[in-house]
Design a protein around this ligand. Structure first.
Ligand code: SF4
Ligand code: SF4
Length: 444
């Protein structure tokens, strides 16, 4: 089976595609310190001073191919940058118009848009609400934490503008999720960040992104690293604050990532479960139940989501927009052919086929699968290359959350398919009374 196939739809094998389209490329109105995309302006050789905006012909070709390449009841377009709102509302009106032109009968078309929020106004929000866009808003926490790295070109923080966008999104009832970068600072303030998103932003969906950038990330594509240069897990130079660190100083450390997740998870389990949506925790609940992980980074295979630049160049993944990972151009090849190509399949399956022995023997392989391959640039303690930089943090979090996740699932009558407290383990390991005591101690 192809990794892009899903269940049957309309009597045919369902074909699903996902592309992160960048109609304005890497151009952005602000200048966040850790933006992994701004540097693409040099890497992909955009002409100096020339706006890399996707022209109408490319836009129409893309929309037509994207729709024709799928056979599913819903087709989801994703628009990202750079900062796509720099294109103006009319550009997006044109997008919606073109989608309607090619929309097959009975098929729902939806859109999501990733933005820093600073250009949103009433006109934008009215348009987004009317056309049912899902907005991903980047916000890194309370003012001091947000302004540390999310600055404009003059170096001033963008917090006030982003909070104005939050109010506008609520006012116009635009569907939105928040994306919060977990860096060297936010990772040290987990509850401040989480409570702010929950109570001040009233975020309908909280998503965290660990910031991991090697010092060579602007020039060297993932997996093109020299194995002999990979440091062993535990090496001090893997700490972002070390003077000879191999990662940028604003990165989260592996342990810091684990500690951040643990602190937020405990607060969520105690107070907010069922009321506040935290993407990683919801995904963990699903995984512990035995379902597929909805997140590519923690799933068994990747490569289902390509990325496309304004000129129609297509890349294997949003994190692999490097010349080495260009798979073609929509003016010369059809999008679905590129998505289902052998090379793309190979890329997707490599995620679980290239796991280190440490991952293969890990108790939490089912929940992690070695995380995103772009972060697999360290060696295991035994010296095997290709381990994930965040491994220690993920393991710490999974071991911590394991029992609570089993407890939650059991209390809600759901199966516990995985972990040290799974149904199978508990059935064999303990008599019923001891089991009840472990999970419901207050009743005894
Ligand atoms: S490379 Fe990383 S971000 Fe891209 S699809 Fe794979 S897991 Fe997801
Ligand atoms: S926690 Fe570490 S060892 Fe376990 S699967 Fe994830 S990266 Fe591999």
């Amino acid at each position: 089976m192809l990794i892009t196939q899903g269940p049957q739809y309309n009597g045919k094998a369902s074909k699903r595609l996902h592309v992160m389209a960048k109609p304005i490329g890497a151009a952005c109105n602000i200048d966040c310190t850790y933006c992994y995309y701004l540097s693409k302006q040099d890497l992909l050789e955009y002409k100096k001073g020339c706006s890399p905006q996707m022209d109408e012909d490319t836009l129409e070709t893309y929309i037509r191919q994207y729709i024709e390449g799928q056979n599913t009841p819903e087709i989801i377009f994703s628009w990202q940058g750079g900062e796509p709102t720099m294109l103006g509302v009319d550009y997006f009106r044109k997008i919606v118009e073109l989608q309607k032109k090619y929309q097959p009968q009975g098929i729902v078309i939806s859109n999501d848009l990733q933005t820093n929020g600073t250009l949103l106004n009433d006109e934008w929000c009215e348009f987004l609400a009317q056309n049912n866009f899902l907005v991903g808003l980047s916000i890194d926490g309370p003012e001091m934490l947000h302004n540390a790295y999310r600055t404009n070109r003059a170096g001033r923080g963008t917090f006030k503008q982003v909070m104005a966008a939050v109010e506008l999104l609520h006012k116009h009832r635009v569907k939105f999720a928040t994306l919060t970068c977990i860096n060297n600072l936010t990772s040290k303030n987990p509850l401040e960040v989480y409570r702010f998103l929950r109570d001040e932003v009233r975020s309908p969906q909280i998503q965290f992104i660990p910031i991991v950038e090697q010092k060579t990330f602007r020039t060297t594509a993932p997996q093109k690293w020299k194995p002999q240069e990979q440091l062993r897990q535990g090496d001090k130079r893997l700490h972002p604050w070390h003077k000879n660190a191999v990662v940028e100083p604003w990165c989260v450390s592996a342990e810091g990532w684990g500690d951040f997740l643990i602190a937020v998870f405990d607060e969520w389990v105690q107070h907010d479960i069922g009321n506040v949506f935290v993407q990683y925790f919801e995904a963990s609940v699903e995984t512990w139940m035995g379902r597929k992980n909805p997140l590519c980074t923690l799933g068994e295979i990747c490569g289902k989501g390509l990325a496309m630049e304004p000129n129609g160049d297509v890349f294997t993944c949003d994190h692999y927009v490097y010349p080495d990972y260009r798979v073609g151009n929509i003016h010369h090849q059809k999008l679905d052919e590129m998505a289902y190509s052998e090379a793309q399949q190979k890329f997707g399956f490599a995620k679980s086929r290239t796991l280190t022995s440490q991952c293969q023997q890990c108790d939490y392989q089912f929940a992690c699968y070695g995380e995103c391959p772009k972060n697999r640039f360290i060696r295991t303690k035994d010296g095997e290359p290709g381990l994930n930089y965040l491994c220690a943090g993920w393991k710490k979090f999974f071991s911590h959350a394991d029992k609570a996740l089993a407890l939650v699932l059991r209390a809600t009558g759901n199966p516990v398919a995985h972990g040290k407290f799974s149904d199978a383990v508990m059935k064999n390991a303990m008599p019923k009374t001891a089991l009840r005591q472990l999970f419901f101690p207050t009743r005894f």
